[in-house]
Write a protein that binds this ligand. Structure first.
Ligand code: PDD
Length: 277
């Protein structure tokens, strides 16, 4: 069952207009919110980011937080997944005539839930591979825009190269992954790109920083170069659907021993206990 513009429908019965600005211009934003054993994880932070994104686009938030929560609760009541991710999308709405900008439309709202597959523990501890690419996205990457063509083309490359993620480099520094944030560890200090217009302010990034602070591990929101990443002790990526994953090879080169590192394990286990708590 999905939610579309006030109605709960089967996916096959859900239809949107060809004049929807999301379809014609990619004019909208989205959120992905993890749900573990039917419990919505970090709901408030995701709704806060959604609200900020809608404000930036000048789209009125169609629901308040409790209305959003009711919709999500109804959707997950009808799913049969142990771990899932709510996907929600808000577009500026439906026009009469194709025109680059039009205001005062009713936003189109779509909500569904998708299974998050369980990863095998041995696979996670063995670590994942990544490749680097020039960050050719625009300079408003803090907006969770549904216009994801640059990311789509990079993820296409990741699939072709059989790697977990593409790590972006802009003006010599690592920004983030095609659908994740990036952390490195050097001499027990952790670094991740500062929150600005060049990265999505990931909720999992925020949770990881909080975990690190609670563990009294030094964490710096400072950018780092590709060279610094390649000689780092550990690399991790974070996202709502992938949690915190170790990257042990980049551009076919092993990172140190090529195994998941001890700091990653600490943060990963803390995240597991928070999510199961
Ligand atoms: N992507 N950076 C980018 C470009 C992303 O697309 C994502 C998440 C993140 C991590 O954000 P968070 O921790 O809030 O999930 C960072 C989602 C999962 C997606 O597009 O499906």
């Amino acid at each position: 069952m999905i939610f579309l513009n006030g109605k709960y429908l089967s996916k096959d019965d859900a239809k949107i207009s060809v004049m929807d600005r999301g379809f014609l211009f990619g004019d909208g934003v989205y959120e992905v919110i993890p749900v573990y054993q039917k419990k919505i994880f970090s709901l408030e932070e995701h709704l806060q980011r959604l609200h900020a994104n809608l404000q930036e686009l000048d789209i009125t938030n169609p629901y308040d937080n409790s209305e959003w929560e009711n919709i999500f609760t109804e959707i997950i009541k009808h799913s049969s997944f142990e771990q899932e991710a709510i996907y929600l999308q808000v577009t500026r709405g439906v026009m009469n005539t194709r025109t680059h900008y039009q205001e005062n439309l009713y936003p189109t709202v779509f909500v569904e839930s998708n299974k998050i597959s369980n990863r095998d523990n041995n696979e996670i501890y063995a670590g994942y591979s990544a490749i680097t690419e020039k960050d050719e996205r625009w300079s408003k990457c803090h907006i969770k825009s549904i216009s994801l063509l640059a990311n789509v083309l990079s993820i296409k490359n990741a699939k072709k190269n059989n790697v977990e993620e593409v790590i972006f480099i802009r003006d010599g520094v690592i920004t983030e992954g095609a659908s994740s944030n990036v952390f490195i560890v050097k001499n027990n200090q952790v670094f991740t790109h500062p929150k600005n217009n060049l990265i999505l302010p990931g909720i999992t990034r925020e949770i990881s920083i909080r975990i690190l602070q609670d563990l009294n591990i030094e964490v710096f929101e400072n950018s780092f170069t590709e060279e610094e990443m390649m000689s780092a002790d550990e690399i991790w990526i974070t996202s709502s659907t992938r949690e915190i994953l170790p990257i042990t090879s980049v551009n076919s080169k092993k990172i140190q021993s090529g195994k998941a590192g001890p700091l990653w394990e600490k943060v990963y286990l803390s995240y597991q206990s928070i999510k199961n708590g």
